[in-house]
Design a protein around this ligand. Sequence first.
Ligand code: THU
Length: 160
Amino acid sequence: MKNKIHQTAYVCYENWEETPEHYRALITEARKAKEGSYAPYSGFNVGAALLLNNGKVIHGSNQENAAYPIGFCAERTALSAAASLASHEKIQSIAITCSSEKNPVNTPAAPCGICRQTIFEAECKHKQDIEVILMGETGEVYVFKSIKDLLPLHFDADFL
Ligand code: THU
């Protein structure tokens, strides 16, 4: 028997001022994306911006539904848009931001499990890691080199 430990390495910038300009630019795009959020049920608005290898930026936002489980998260909306509009273009980074009608969001919110697996599939499809940049409305900014850092023991096609 062995006890094993998974560790996650990521960079944490203390605030907006300390965050490098290229990350701030993509977070700003995610904030613009959030303007398209439709979240009348949760009041939780999420925006995601993908930076493609060709420099183009693709937006996505959460889209809820009165039949709650069929709503879409912002990350998967952005990834579907990228797959439809630029299916062969690799994805360099994703910035994700959020706000809530109930409380200020002062810490980064990490993507849900389904979105982690979907971002991982995009990494596998394009054979390129996707950098993940997270920020709430204010506060720290987290940067992960790959979604694999947020998805230990990931499930991939090698099992199939
Ligand atoms: N949401 C996202 O858009 N991305 C996530 O990774 C987590 C949750 C959305 C789904 C729902 O519209 C709202 O946030 C509250 O769960």
